[in-house]
Ligand binder design. Structure first.
Ligand code: F58
Length: 807
């Protein structure tokens, strides 16, 4: 298929529709049209995929494998078209046929294999690696059900299964011939073969891992990398027929179900031992399947494994894939007959670890008992790693058992995954300067003292191709008309835009693009919720996972306070304000779920009050996803990034919003600090405690939220509103939140920072009303966002961690 103009494209498309569906063009459905178009785009990517694979084979360049439990790539269709350079032609051709490309793109089911920033970061990295010509691939699980679909019913989050694969996935290619086998349970028997000790793994359950490959298309460079997703199956595809013939139906199906369960759900509920076991199984499944296939490929190419670290870099995304370390050891020793020293040397030069959070609940540890039963050979290897770690620490810190044990992998009946990841990796990085500092100085201080050279920082980034070029075509074309299209390959050149701050017509166009994006979002909100919003007013946007440390609660209390001050006549400025929230709460996280209900209740009260109706609206948009983010972000005026300082490792929503001209209202946390370095205090609104202040407040134990509440009348009024019948819900509905804020002493310092937050928010209104000033702030944010492109981040990883060239 060679397509060079809209007419060719139109003909090929109509032809494809007819030959696939046997229908006249007029009779085809929206889904038929999506399928036909996607199959054309897929065909174009496959050609480049083949040549990329051939070229990487020929050149012997170092390949990067990004192991992650999560990837949130978003929809592929339009992004692939942009990257292949055929979007404009296709859009024109479709228009001639009366088809809106954006409309049919909605037919694509969105891969929901992720919860938040961590999964989206993986997808941004894949995009940047492909676009920079780095041979970098993703490795994950093909979860049949991704994260739940969120509905908001009567203000509550309701979770529904997300069967994203129900009607197939046109982008994937199943590779049954590349299947591998993964073992669980059983026991290990040492034996001697030709005088050498070997470990025989007997009586284990075997699961077949089948890869599905998704092409990741680089931007106009003919590079196509791979996101490989593994699906679990029983080793023989059918059930056990002998049991079936004896009438034991349930037993006959059991092993099939058990095997398939591994790739059924992302993050099964792990409050039960069974749930925990399944999670550990998933982690080992991912790691073992991924590494076996990498090593097989490497051997096919080089015929040896002693050069593995020269040709392969494995990046482990948080601790979920940390079993890469003992599994690589197992393969090198048990299957390739390498000695411990050599295998360890290769492993630690191949694997690197990224930490994404300091929240204690995310620092994984497994019961040693469960670990040993499920992964007996891996357990033996971990025991030996622990033994060697202990010897090393005893040598360094003789007799200092407390200090030593803080670094142990095995202790108190548990396996500590972060300690394993640090000890077994070549490099360890955090995801923003402040976060990497906290890792070195607090969380992993002991290790950083042993291995100072191992710790580094790689500030996160986002792909400007999805979050600007694709999501905001109006802004993208204004930028291109001003500075040319060089910024798409070189995002730092967005800086050139600053020269236009004195160009009245450019600035007017910039404001017009934002207005148009807001009008588009307002239309969407109107049709999705029936609520009318005013695109002339301020759009405040707080979109991310719902978590107490991200303080959606503070925004909600801020709205309550503003609303009351308006109806009391304390605020007379009636600049329209729309507050937009979106995000999912973990199903078992009751405080986060109450926060969603609170936002919905505030929305019910505010949106139905005629006294503020013309100018104040609150919305919680359900089912946050990459595509919903792409809708909201271009329309944001104010980006709420208000986590308790020190808690947000980096944040990446802050970067996406900044790049689209939103001004940040934030705390000095995560990458906000680096955004501040770029744009300065005059182009963002910073408030509240900084990380050092927060940490010293915690360690001094001097904070009492009750005292603050009793002292500050305004604060008391707002907190009381939760439970005094002001909101249209039962009075005890938000008792949980009140308890968190007062009796549990406000762990995330929402009340402590509240006065500063209010002040910062109040300062936004006059700044927004000064249109020239606001548009200039917006321009500076866009122009200086290039540093936060994931292209830069990936160049950093390539240079410092993977030691490869990127152009
Ligand atoms: C996020 N982590 C961080 N974790 O919160 C964010 O600051 C950072 O920018 C981002 O990683 C990328 O580095 C994150 O998204 C999760 O989603 C957890 C995964 C495991 C279950 C609990 C949530």
């Amino acid at each position: 298929m060679v397509i060079t103009n809209a007419q060719d494209f139109r003909e090929a498309f109509v032809d494809r529709l007819q030959s696939t569906f046997g229908k006249a063009f007029e009779a085809t459905t929206r889904n038929d049209r999506y399928q036909a178009l996607a199959s054309m785009v897929r065909e174009l990517t496959l050609k480049n995929w083949l040549s990329t694979n051939r070229c990487s084979k020929d050149e012997g360049r170092r390949q990067v494998y990004y192991f992650s439990m999560e990837f949130l790539p978003g929809r592929f269709l339009i992004s692939n078209m942009l990257h292949l350079g055929i979007k404009d032609i296709a859009e024109e051709a479709l228009k001639e046929l009366g088809i809106d490309l954006e409309d049919i793109a909605e037919e694509e089911p969105e891969p929901a294999i992720g919860t938040g920033g961590l999964g989206r970061l993986g997808a941004c990295f894949l995009d940047s690696m492909a676009s920079l010509g780095i041979m970098g691939h993703g490795c994950s699980i093909r979860f049949r059900y991704g994260l739940f679909k969120q509905r908001i019913i009567d203000g509550h989050q309701v979770e529904l299964p997300d069967n994203w694969l129900a009607s197939g996935n046109i982008w994937e290619v199943k590779k049954p011939e590349r299947a591998v086998y993964v073992r669980f349970g059983g026991h290990v028997r040492p034996d001697f073969v030709y005088g050498r000790m070997v470990f025989l793994h007997e009586g284990s359950d075997i699961v077949r891992a089948v890869p599905y490959d998704i092409p990741i298309v680089g931007y106009k460079n003919k590079v196509v990398n791979t996101l490989r997703l593994w699906e679990s199956e029983a080793p023989t595809k059918d059930f056990d027929f002998s049991l079936f013939s004896r009438g034991e139906y349930a037993a006959a199906m059991k092993s099939k179900h058990d095997a398939e369960a591994i790739s059924d759900f992302l993050y099964p509920d792990d409050s039960s031992p069974e749930g925990k076991k399944l999670r550990l199984k998933q982690q080992y499944f991912l790691v073992s399947a991924g590494l076996q296939s990498i090593l097989r490929h490497h051997k096919e190419k080089y015929g040896r494994l002693d050069n593995l670290h020269e040709k392969v870099a494995v990046q482990i995304n948080d601790t979920h894939p940390a079993l890469c370390i003992p599994e690589l050891m197992r393969i090198l020793m048990d299957e390739e007959s390498m000695g411990w020293e050599q295998a360890w040397d290769i492993t630690t030069r191949t694997v690197n670890f990224t930490n994404h959070t300091i929240m204690p609940e995310a620092l994984e540890r497994w019961s040693e008992h469960m670990f040993k039963n499920l992964l007996p050979r891996i357990y033996m290897i971990v025991e030996e790693i622990q033994r060697r770690l202990r010897l090393k620490l005893e040598e360094l810190y003789p007799g200092q058992l407390d200090r030593q044990s803080r670094m142990y992998i095995l202790k108190d009946g548990h396996v500590y995954m972060a300690n394993l990841a640090i000890f077994g990796s070549g490099m360890v990085n955090g995801v923003a300067k402040v976060h990497s500092g906290i890792l070195k100085e607090h969380l992993f201080k002991d290790f950083a003292e042993v291995y100072p050279e191992r710790f580094t920082n790689m500030t996160n980034g986002i792909t400007h191709r999805r979050f600007l070029l694709k999501a905001n075509p109006g802004l993208a074309s204004l930028i291109t008309s001003a500075i040319g299209e060089g910024w798409i390959k070189d995002p730092l050149s967005l800086r050139k835009l600053e020269a236009f701050s004195g160009d009245a017509s450019f600035m007017e166009s910039l404001a017009a693009v934002k207005r148009e994006n807001k009008a588009r979002l307002a239309r969407y909100i109107g049709s999705a919720t029936g609520i009318q919003t005013d695109p002339e007013g301020i759009f405040f946007v707080h979109i991310k996972r719902i978590h107490a440390y991200k303080r959606q609660l503070m925004t909600a209390l801020g709205i309550l306070d503003t609303y009351e001050r308006i109806i009391n006549g304390e605020i007379r400025d009636i600049t329209p304000r729309t507050y937009i929230f979106a995000g999912k709460a973990a199903p078992t996280y009751s405080l986060a779920k109450s926060t969603i209900k609170l936002i919905s209740s505030i929305a019910d009260r505010v949106n139905s009050d005629p006294a503020v109706n013309g100018f104040m609206k609150v919305l919680f948009l359900e089912n946050y996803s990459v595509s919903l983010a792409e809708r909201i972000i271009p329309a944001a005026d104010v980006s709420l990034q208000i986590s308790t300082a020190s808690k947000e490792a980096s944040g990446t929503g802050n970067m996406k919003l900044m790049m689209n001209g939103a001004v940040t209202l934030g705390t000095m946390d995560g990458a906000n600090i680096e955004i501040f370095e770029e744009v300065g205090g005059e182009n963002m609104f910073i408030f509240g405690l900084d990380p050092a202040e927060v940490m010293s407040l915690y360690s001094s134990h001097s904070y009492r939220s009750w005292d603050l509440y009793l002292e500050d009348e305004g604060l008391r009024r707002t907190v009381d509103r939760l439970t005094d019948g002001f909101l249209p819900v039962a009075r005890n509905e938000f008792e949980r939140i009140r308890t968190h804020l007062l009796d549990e002493n406000d762990e995330f310092l929402t009340l402590k920072d509240f006065a500063a937050f209010k002040k910062a928010q109040d300062a936004i209104v006059p700044a927004f009303k000064d249109k020239e000033r606001w548009t200039r702030m917006s321009l500076v944010n866009i122009a200086r966002s290039g540093r936060f492109s994931s292209d830069n981040t990936i160049k950093g990883y390539a240079r410092e961690i993977w030691k490869i060239d990127s152009n």
